[in-house]
Design a protein around this ligand. Structure first.
Ligand code: ADP
Ligand code: MG
Length: 622
């Protein structure tokens, strides 16, 4: 709730809307005690007085009634009717929508076809027909406006409910033996209330307008009772001679509807979780780059990162997710990046191709060179032509990265055709060959399967096939086996190993599992809090880790057949990357800490491939 209020307050327009609306509402509430004249007392001697006349601040109308008083009473009535109509429409519509969406099947059909019938009539005509049937009057106008808005709510809420009704937590509630109504009340309703509020806040202004429209036509409030619509209707005859009688209620309608809409948009933005996370605030095509200097080219790797720095700028905070990371891979080589969750492995991988979402991501320094050419800040077209073609990614969850509605063969064919002008049949044949190469049995028929028809291991093979689709030079695999069980993991690893030997692939393999590293990688880099703390050939590093963090990480891994020993957990938590300590980031958790560790920057020192960022390493000569 505090978050909601905070977000709303940050939206300036919504704040203006809220203040104006609150002022109008307070005035409307206080009319009975305000010192204004009675709204319905006529005085034919004082007809059409101009605004600012003596005793009549806003002038008088065709019967000499005080416009200010009528305006305030009319506003009160219009607001009340509009609000009541919105609440009624929301309650009835949401109830219908929830019941239809939750029970589905015949109930759904029956309710939604009824709603469709209501929707088949033009909106205003339907309202007119209802009022015509019920007879003119404010209450009937309210009923009509509420009724024509029910379908809008019913459809919206049904859609949301259908999505929720089959989710795991609802199944869990069913398994726990809860009844339907209890589930609707405790599981479904809390999830749809924000949507109901959003829908209400964006339609209430519209409903006030509709009620005013009906009153304007003489079907709403009846004389002498004033609402904003009927005031406009009565002023019509004197539009030219006494324009102020129309302008006064017209301006009030404008103010009310504008402020409600501004506020409604603000409420929607603050309540909608997708907008809150910034998902709809259109990320840029490639990560924003803001660096002062470009490092000179160095080394002969096919892909080389040089002091790469990626940060997230959120509010006033700076999260240093990747902090001067330098790495390099050669063709046919596999480099492992290992570290706890949150240590910056994924952000490093995504930075290479400018795939970190901006905002909030910014690449603030360093370079990523593919065959010597810097990819950071390269034109979007260059990046696009390399993405998936020369440098390909494999992600953790293939169910999330494969399109659920296309057959996997089509998705593979598409990945090929994005970069190569192949015909449909050719691309399909290549897709089947790819599935074969990742050892999917019976690839001709499996190519026609949808992602949900495959097992997790199969899907990950499809993910690998997709990464191989254009015969890339580099594959960046971000925890590709974390979601799989151990036997499937072993198969996938040996597959990757074989592929890199056969095709001379360079692989950057991200994981948090030393077992996987030992099986696949030639070299390893250990990341902690956005930095590389140790790097070296896999065998040496596993045998004699130099950094206390690496040592502790290795100690956490159980070994089969190694006899009994204590598996030591690392005490404490990694630091938040928006407030890193000045010295070694691991110092607060380190058993070998000395005062110097926390004094200042510590470099990544060492010779050749073996480097460590520690003043007091575990082994003398790393
Ligand atoms: P992992 O090593 O588990 O792959 P990540 O690279 O995903 O870790 O994340 C590295 C750091 O970047 C984490 O500390 C995380 O909090 C931070 N981070 C990631 N995305 C964002 C974001 N959109 N806004 C702020 N911080 C982020
Ligand atoms: Mg990750």
């Amino acid at each position: 709730m505090r978050l909601f209020a905070g977000l709303l307050a940050r939206n300036r327009l919504a704040l203006v809307g809220a203040v104006v609306l609150a002022a109008v509402a307070v005035l409307a509430l206080l009319v009975p005690v305000l010192p204004v004249r009675a709204p319905n007392v006529t005085d034919t001697a004082a007809r059409y007085l101009r605004p600012l006349s003596e005793g009549h601040l806003l002038g008088t109308d065709h019967l000499g009634r005080d416009l200010l008083s009528r305006l305030l009473w009319g506003t009160r009535l219009s607001l009340a009717v509009g609000f009541a109509a919105a609440v009624i429409a929301a309650v009835i519509g949401a109830a219908l929508g929830i019941v239809a969406g939750y029970f589905g099947g015949r109930t759904d059909n029956l309710i939604m076809r009824g709603v469709d019938m209501l929707m088949a009539f033009p909106y205003i005509l339907l309202a007119l027909a209802i009022v015509a049937a019920l007879g003119p009057g404010l209450l009937n106008a309210l009923i009509a406006v509420a009724a024509v808005n029910v379908p809008f709510f019913a459809r919206n809420i049904r859609g949301i409910t259908v999505g929720i009704a089959n989710r795991e937590f609802v199944d869990a509630a069913r398994l726990a033996g809860m009844g339907h109504w209890r589930i609707i009340w405790s599981e479904i309703l809390p999830n749809v209330v924000p949507v109901i509020v959003i829908a209400m806040s964006t339609t209430i202004g519209w409903m006030i307008l509709e009620t005013a429209g009906l009153s304007f036509l003489g079907l709403g409030s009846q004389p002498p009772q004033a609402d904003l619509g009927s005031m406009l209707g009565e002023a019509r005859a004197a539009l030219i001679t006494a324009p102020h009688t129309s302008v006064v209620p017209g301006v009030m309608i404008l103010i009310i509807v504008m402020s409600i809409n501004l506020l409604g948009d603000g409420v929607r933005d603050a309540l909608d979780p997708r907008l809150r996370s910034g998902a709809l605030s259109r990320p840029m095509a490639a990560t924003r780059v803001a660096r002062d200097t470009v490092p000179e080219p160095q080394g002969d790797g096919i892909l080389t990162l040089q002091a790469l720095e990626t940060q997230f700028h959120v509010g006033g905070r700076v999260y240093r997710a990747v902090n001067k990371v330098s790495l390099s891979v050669h063709p046919g080589e596999c480099l492992g990046i290992i570290g706890e969750s949150g240590s910056g492995k994924s952000v490093t991988a995504l930075s290479v191709m400018g795939l970190v979402a901006s905002p909030p991501g910014v690449i603030t320094g360093g370079a990523a060179r593919y065959r010597g050419d810097d990819l950071i800040g390269a034109p979007y077209e260059t990046l696009r032509s390399l993405r998936g073609d020369r440098i390909a990614y494999i992600f953790q969850d293939p169910l999330a990265t494969l399109h659920p509605l296309y057959r996997v063969g089509d998705q593979l064919a598409e990945a090929i055709r994005v970069h190569h002008p192949l015909g449909r049949a050719e691309a399909w044949a290549r897709a089947v060959a790819l599935l074969h190469s990742v050892r999917i049995p019976n690839p001709e028929s499996r190519a026609k399967a949808y992602p949900h028809e495959m097992s997790g291991g199969m899907r990950q093979r499809v993910g690998i096939a997709m990464a191989l689709a254009n015969d890339p030079d580099v594959i960046i695999a971000d925890e590709p086996t974390t979601a799989l069980d151990v036997t499937v993991q072993a198969q996938i690893l040996s597959l990757l190993d074989e592929l890199r030997r056969a095709r001379g692939l360079a692989i950057i393999f991200i994981t948090h599992d030393f077992g996987v590293v030992a099986q696949l990688c030639d070299r390893v880099a250990v990341m902690y809090a956005g930095r590389i703390v140790e790097e070296g050939p896999t065998g040496v590093l596993l045998e004699s880790p130099a950094h206390p963090y690496t040592r502790r990480l290795i100690d956490c891994v159980p070994e089969l057949g190694a006899g009994r020993r204590r598996l030591a957990a690392i005490p404490g938590l990694p630091p938040a990357v928006d407030q890193l300590p000045p010295g070694c980031a691991f110092a607060p958790r380190c058993g070998r800490k000395q005062p110097a560790c926390e004094a200042g920057e510590i470099g990544l020192e060492g010779s050749g491939a073996r480097r460590v960022r520690c003043l007091y390493p575990e082994v003398e000569e790393p």
